[in-house]
Design a protein around this ligand. Structure first.
Ligand code: SF4
Length: 285
């Protein structure tokens, strides 16, 4: 098959920096990674091979079993951070600066008395970190969930991997349903997410299907795939090249390739090589 890659794809600087910190840490067996470092099973295997202790995202409420705790690129709330410190843990912080920026924006408006509408996936680790210090807030993951709130001042912030067009739609709904309120929008989609979204929009016009490389829990991976769906072409998510199934591509000659921000360059390369080896489908016969 002919493979066309998105202009911007794969690992962002936030994840790259977190991985570099992890790879340079001495004595990994003395460190517990607090949740998934990134939503990428290949990286998870690497952590295990190096001897890191890991807490899955569901286990993060339990006490870590080592003296040092690595905070992932998705960040944690100040409340969670202080709790760990008060329990005597030494923290190694790999929170992405762009996640910190969202926390700062949310707390700024919250402290001024605004009600926060947080656009994001409920239960997602970044959203939990963001809302962990808030009292007066709601998380919405679909525009239909936006209600009329009994508040005079509302601030809208979003998970860093929210699609820019979705942010606009949520904002419109908040304004429309809350004409009594002053509504502030702080668009906190990060630049790497924007670049990958813009690139995939260009890409889906040129291909017959799309492969997105990324973990099952990765929000930005899902968002990339949904662009293909909106454009009316099929898409498949794989975490590794081994997950590709040739029968998916029976009717496809030209396939697009992109990857979520947690995906390593090596995994993208392996998937590209494997796709090129798949024989063109029925349409080229
Ligand atoms: S996706 Fe954006 S916010 Fe998240 S780690 Fe990467 S650069 Fe940072």
């Amino acid at each position: 098959m002919l493979v066309i890659q998105a202009r911007h794809l794969g690992m962002c600087f936030g994840v790259r920096d977190a991985l570099e910190t992890m790879r340079n840490l001495p004595y990994p067996e003395t460190v517990t990674v607090h949740g998934e470092l990134v939503h990428n099973p290949v990286v998870t295997e690497e952590l295990d091979a190096r001897g890191f202790h890991r807490q899955s995202e569901d286990e993060r409420h339990a006490a870590p079993s080592t003296d040092k705790v690595l905070i992932t690129a998705h960040g944690v709330s100040n409340t969670a951070r202080k709790k760990l410190e008060s329990q005597g843990y030494e923290l190694i912080d790999t929170t992405c600066p762009l996640v910190k920026r969202v926390h700062k924006a949310a707390l700024h408006y919250h402290d001024k008395g605004y009600f926060l509408v947080v656009i994001g996936r409920r239960g997602h680790v970044e959203v939990e970190g963001l809302t962990g210090d808030l009292v007066n807030f709601v998380v919405v993951s679909h525009p239909d969930q936006v209600r009329t709130y009994q508040e005079r001042r509302i601030a809208v912030v979003n998970q860093t991997t929210t699609r820019p067009d979705e942010v606009e739609e949520f904002h419109r709904r908040v304004v429309r349903n809350n004409s009594q309120a002053e509504v502030k929008l702080v668009d906190t989609t990060c630049r790497p997410t924007r670049e990958r979204q813009d690139s995939v929009v260009e890409l889906v016009r040129r291909v017959q299907g799309l492969v997105v490389v990324g973990g099952a829990n990765s929000n930005n991976t899902l968002q990339l795939g949904l662009k293909a769906q909106e454009h009316g072409i099929p898409w498949w998510r794989v975490a590794t090249a081994q997950e590709l199934r040739p029968e998916w591509f029976e009717n496809i000659r030209v396939i697009g390739l992109t990857a979520g921000t947690s995906t390593t360059d090596e995994t993208v390369r392996e998937v590209a090589v494997a796709l090129r080896k798949i024989k063109p489908g029925k349409l080229s016969a």
